[in-house]
Design a protein around this ligand. Structure first.
Ligand code: ZN
Length: 435
């Protein structure tokens, strides 16, 4: 018999008719990995349940659609530098020293931080991805993984594409279906056209989506114009990239015409406001993307350029930045910002539609948030509080696929103390000798 869990919180942020619906004093029943009931509270024989959970608010977990998990090892190592210098002088030399085990422990640290902040699913692009898959399987989090592909060296490019193919074969839909795989061409400026074409063919053959960095900095646009006579968006569109399922990270520098192309081709966007600000890359035109009804989700990017994986902070930035930029307080209201951080994520990762919303038949990926705190009092509007007042540390319980990963802020599937010890030891060793 399936293990049943009963949740009876003060509020449930359910999903109905493509909108959030706040249910007061309702309940959720979970059987296995699925929500089998969400509605008014009823009388029960408690013996029928293996566990009963109370709490203030149950809501969908956050979905971080763009990060490089193991980069937690470089958190605080290289700051206050522009992207291309930061990559060339600091990050790439440090990454060259990373071993398989470092990737495992760095990813575990990221997973710890994400679960503690209410993230139930993330999209990762890096290397030694089977180690990330292993960490996700052990921790119980949901993830969409891609091998970062750089094709400037032809041989190295084909070796890493092979690795990405193997990742699809060995890990796609593994871990009770929690792990999915994409192909991960790093960016148009690191992937020549023939290499991108090869990747597209592979994506078609394996029937998986593609995760790529696009139009992140002004310099990228200028260099693309010099090399190809086209902007990165036009360049990849002309190559046929947008005929595939694409998750495009950043999309900071876009013309009106390019926004129309992205909308028409249904490209999903991972908006990373924190990383874009910190690297001085710019501010993505979120107001225009929303106006054109693009599918926008939120990512933190890696912890070396953010410098945390805090989706609450990201959600607040996403809502506040366009208001200030356009001198218009009505842009990206709280409910929209919350959608970007939760419901839109699984869609942008091309996941099964049962992942994301809280409703009957959906996967049990949810978080319990404590509302009885001074910074969340008095309570008028739950959604406004989540976006404008809450902190990641208000998350009290995290469940993915029906399994509890954190309860009363204690991680249940991973050894937090050991992860902190291992990552400090490894980061110190890795960065010794580098400037
Ligand atoms: Zn990135």
């Amino acid at each position: 018999m399936l293990k049943k869990i009963l949740i009876q919180p003060d509020y449930i942020l359910a999903w109905e008719n493509e909108n959030f619906k706040l249910v007061s004093f309702g309940e959720i029943i979970i059987e296995g990995d699925e929500i089998t009931y969400l509605g008014p509270r009823r009388e029960h024989n408690r013996k029928k349940f293996s566990k009963t959970i109370k709490g203030d608010l149950v809501m969908p977990g956050f979905v971080n659609t763009h990060t490089h998990a193991a980069m937690t090892l470089f958190r605080g190592y290289a700051d206050d530098m522009p992207l291309l210098e930061w990559l060339g002088e600091k990050i790439w030399p440090a990454e060259a020293k990373l071993k398989k085990d470092d990737i495992y422990w760095g990813s575990m640290l990221a997973i710890c931080e994400m679960i503690k902040g209410g993230t139930t699913c993330f999209a990762d692009m890096y290397f030694h991805m089977e180690e990330v898959a292993r960490a996700c399987t052990e921790a119980g989090i949901r993830a969409s993984l891609a091998q970062g592909l750089i094709g400037t060296d032809k041989l190295k490019g084909s070796i890493s594409l092979k690795k990405n193919e193997n990742l699809v074969r060995n890990w796609h839909k593994a871990g009770e279906g929690r792990i999915t795989v994409m192909l991960g061409p790093h960016a148009p400026y690191t992937c020549p056209p023939e290499f991108l074409q090869k990747i597209m063919k592979t994506a078609e053959k394996l029937e998986v989506p593609i995760h790529i960095h696009l139009a992140e900095t002004r310099k990228e646009i200028e260099e693309s114009l010099q090399t190809y006579g086209k902007t990165p968006i036009k360049f990849v569109d002309d190559l046929g990239l947008f005929e595939h399922n694409i998750l495009a990270a950043h999309c900071v520098h876009l013309s009106r015409e390019e926004i129309d192309i992205l909308a028409e081709k249904k490209v999903a966007i991972a908006h990373n406001p924190g990383s874009n600000l910190k690297l001085g890359s710019g501010i993505a035109p979120l107001a225009d993307l929303l106006e054109k009804e693009l599918l926008v989700s939120l990512g933190t990017d890696g912890a070396a350029s953010n410098n945390n994986l805090d989706m609450v902070e990201e959600m607040r930035l996403a809502s506040l930045l366009p208001k200030g930029l356009k001198e218009n307080a009505t842009i990206a209201p709280a409910e929209i910002a919350l959608k970007l951080a939760t419901i839109n994520g699984p869609k942008a990762l091309f996941l099964d539609e049962t992942v994301g919303p809280l409703k009957k038949g959906a996967k049990a990926d949810l978080i319990v948030v404590q509302l009885k705190k001074p910074h969340l009092f008095p309570l008028h509007d739950v959604v406004a509080h989540l976006v404008y007042s809450a902190a990641a540390s208000d998350v009290d319980l995290v469940m993915v696929n029906g399994k509890i990963l954190m309860e009363k802020r204690e991680l249940l599937t991973v050894d937090e103390e050991k992860i902190l010890f291992e990552t400090q030891k490894r980061a110190t060793k890795l960065l010794a000798g580098l400037n």
